[in-house]
Design a protein around this ligand. Structure first.
Ligand code: SAM
Length: 289
């Protein structure tokens, strides 16, 4: 059997009794035109090792393989899908490897040891989507050439937000310090089975050239947690917490960074947060000779 000859996903779900489980954030995409559209956002995958988190019954999985990925590693926590996924593997000429595991705990680089660039595609489970993104952004070095990720719309907006946007915050600063990110597709709730309560969107992330990737993500996290944790306050006040951790003052950090202490976090651009993070790191290290 070839991929195009596989039975419709609805039949697969019925035959294997794969009703969606809320606890695993299961909302399936059964429209193969839509999954093809998402898979194509990864570009030419013919020499890539692709990885998909949460294949479920395999709609996006089929599309990634049909679009020509050289190989695909699918990480799925829920063992009920294994039989359906094995059928896809057979129809793809053995290009699919299935790993039953929690994607938060998987070390992708030890599983993706073959040749070729690595590309991540996923209709992410909503309950762990942000955590997985942070994990992939923190990896040093970033091991993937592109990530095509579906989030709930509100999270997608937070990833791509610009200074001054309502959604601008920690996630935008951290994501855009390591990658370029754009919102590629908006997907209505009715496209899923069962439909979630909110709209979704696909974000495409491309790592910045190595020399432009901001390296000290931990310092950036400390600074942005403090600054956006109290986003209505001025930076002089909201940064007091992070400054205290480095035994310095918010005013001192802001002066080094050349940032107005009366400004609020929402107007500071990514470069401004990076300068603050570097100043924080120097103060933190000076305090621990
Ligand atoms: N890819 C399928 C689709 O588009 O129809 C299913 C997407 S569904 C939103 C999320 C999938 O992630 C489910 O199959 C669920 O079992 C799986 N999942 C949830 N938490 C997971 C985790 N921590 N690690 C791996 N897979 C997980």
């Amino acid at each position: 059997m070839k991929l195009d000859d596989l039975p419709p996903l609805r039949d697969v779900i019925t035959r294997h009794d794969l009703g969606a489980k809320k606890a695993f954030g299961q909302h399936f995409l059964l429209d193969l035109n839509l999954t093809a559209k998402i898979a194509r956002l990864a570009g030419d995958m013919s020499r890539d090792q692709a990885i998909e988190v949460g294949p479920g019954p395999g709609g996006l999985t089929r599309a990634i393989l049909s679009e020509g990925a050289a190989s695909l590693l699918a990480v799925e926590k829920d063992g009920r899908f294994l039989d359906a996924l094995s059928e896809i593997n057979a129809a793809s000429g053995g290009r699919l490897t299935i790993e039953q595991a929690d994607a938060l705990e998987v070390d992708e680089t030890s599983l993706l040891t073959g040749p070729g660039d690595k590309v991540i595609l996923s209709n992410l489970p909503y309950n762990v989507g942000t955590q997985l993104l942070i994990k992939w952004l923190q990896a040093e070095p970033i091991w993937w050439r592109r990530a095509v990720l579906m989030f709930q719309r509100e999270v997608a907006d937070r990833v791509v937000a610009q200074p001054g946007d309502k959604a601008y915050g920690r996630l935008a600063v951290i994501a855009q310090s390591r990658c370029s990110a754009h919102l590629a597709l908006k997907i209505p709730a009715r496209a899923f089975t069962p439909p979630p309560k909110v709209e979704s969107a696909v974000v495409v992330l491309d790592p910045l050239p190595e020399t432009q990737q901001f390296k000290d993500v931990i310092a950036l996290e400390r600074i942005t947690a403090s600054a956006f944790g109290q986003r209505r306050k001025t930076l002089r006040r909201s940064l007091a917490q992070a400054a205290g951790q480095a035994s310095t003052s918010a005013d001192a950090l802001l002066e080094i960074a050349g940032i107005d202490p009366g400004a609020r976090a929402e107007v500071i651009d990514i470069a401004g947060f990076q300068t603050l993070a570097m100043a924080w790191r120097r103060a933190y290290q000076a305090d621990r000779p």
